[in-house]
Design a protein around this ligand. Structure first.
Ligand code: LLP
Length: 429
């Protein structure tokens, strides 16, 4: 039997047997490890508020899990507001400051660059705090919620992400209120009778601490322009996680110190406490998540060997969208599989050449060194808990996979796999 420690082999996820998981729930399957999520939440305990960008992984069980860790939540749509409320978040904050003198935190914040008609209705109905990414949202909200307090999401004129598609700052990004328009936007808020109580910047997703550090200074400059109505500042999300084997975990203590100093300078200037928020998505859930998939064919195309599995870019879209790297491991069905590692390309079942998990940016097929696997063996795609299930689709009329949470060695279904009936619900002949 191969030792479980052999590189590229994985027989367990958080103490649960991968074979048992596959046999119990079927494949492809998303599996989350609750303890990893808790650990990531606790890494950020120094911040006054951790606000989970639930777009990364919005299963109700995950929302309830982070809520138990004291994490608050961001919502970008009516659907995400609905999820947050269903997971037990209150729609709005207590009115009194806490014992620490900090202003109360909004349990749910709606952050977007537009209100569609539905989301404006939901925000008004539940009294949800709004982080405005476009000035036009100010008058639209004022008409329906006179006197509301708002946050401004500001585009500082620079940004950075793991891909150009996840860079949310600078002229190339549609996001946020342009930093040079602040004076005008403050006038609009005043005319509309809304008070600017929060300031927020998010320059991109999957960036690095060097780029993120530039945000603190940019936010401080805008904060001085906004003035004493400010009670909350948010550093946004974007914290990196290690995907590649040579990547190390970012040291977050220096990052907090930088923001804490920014907050303290603003407190001295304004003469009141300022709540400091961070808004991670990926950081809280990426490493907790795994896609368990089964090898269904092994073939050679000329000199290249392919493993074809039952998950595709309908299951995990990050490789086809961004050329993203996800670690992979093999879980053999038998106790004595061939040990040799081999170079393989890994692809899915979809009728499109781009349905490859081992691709680089631009769609070029690459290979990965993995222990030999045959039909029936399982392949585990790792660090898939952020922007994994939430970006899955029904392409090729494939059902959305099941989701399972492993906690303290036991596992439970937290979302059932879609059925053929689910696939055609709402359609008419
Ligand atoms: N705050 C705002 C306003 C955001 O737009 C986002 C992500 C976050 C926070 C969380 O960013 P994070 O901490 O997760 O980096 N689908 C892409 C990522 C898109 C991110 C969208 N916004 C991916 O798979 O990498």
């Amino acid at each position: 039997m191969i030792a479980p420690s052999l590189p590229g082999l994985r027989r367990e996820i958080a103490g649960a047997s991968v074979v048992d998981l596959a046999d119990t729930y079927g494949t492809p399957l998303y599996v989350y490890d609750a303890d990893t999520v808790r650990r990531r939440c606790r890494d950020l305990a120094a911040w006054d508020t951790i606000r989970f960008a639930q777009k990364a992984c919005s299963n109700l069980a995950l929302l309830a899990l982070v809520r138990q860790e004291g994490v608050l939540v961001d919502a970008v749509s009516t659907g995400e507001i609905h999820r947050a409320l269903t997971a037990g978040y209150a729609p709005h904050a207590a009115r009194q400051p806490g014992p620490d003198g900090l202003p109360p935190a909004h349990p749910i914040v709606y952050t977007a660059d537009i209100f569609d008609r539905d989301s404006l209705d939901a925000v008004v109905r539940h009294g949800i705090h709004v982080n405005c990414g476009s000035a036009d949202m100010i008058e639209q909200l004022a008409e329906r919620m006179p006197g509301a307090a708002i946050t401004l999401r500001v585009n500082p004129g620079f940004g950075h992400g793991h891909s150009q598609k996840t860079n949310t700052g600078g002229e190339g990004s549609k996001h946020g209120i342009w930093h040079e328009e602040i004076a005008d936007v403050l006038r609009r808020a005043e005319w509309a009778g809304l008070q600017v109580s929060g300031l927020h910047m998010h320059i991109g997703s999957g960036t690095d601490l060097a780029h993120l550090a530039d945000v603190a200074g940019a936010l401080e400059r805008v904060a001085v322009e906004v003035g004493r109505t400010l009670t909350t500042i948010s550093a946004g999300g974007g914290l990196p996680v290690p995907y590649q084997p040579d990547e190390v975990r970012a040291d977050l203590s220096g990052y907090f110190t930088l923001w804490d100093a920014t907050r303290k300078r603003l407190e001295d200037r304004f003469g009141h406490r300022i709540r400091l928020e961070i808004e991670p998505g990926r950081y809280l859930t990426a490493e907790s998540g795994f896609v368990v998939t089964e090898v269904r064919a092994v073939k050679k195309q000329g000199s290249r060997k392919y493993l074809l599995v039952d998950a595709g870019f309908n299951t995990l879209a990050r490789p086809v969208l961004y050329g993203s790297y996800h670690p992979m491991s093999v879980c053999p069905r038998s106790e004595a599989p061939g040990q040799a590692a081999e170079e393989v390309a890994v692809g899915g079942p979809l009728c499109e050449s781009g349905d490859i998990f081992t691709q680089t940016d631009g769609g070029f097929v690459a290979t990965r060194s993995l222990p030999t696997a045959g039909v029936g063996d399982l392949l585990v795609i790792e660090v898939a808990g952020a922007y994994g299930f939430v970006m899955a689709s029904n392409y090729n009329s494939k059902p959305l996979p099941a989701e399972v949470l492993v906690d303290a060695g036991s596992h439970r279904l937290v979302r059932a796999r879609q059925t053929p009936e689910d696939l055609i619900r709402g359609e008419c002949l």
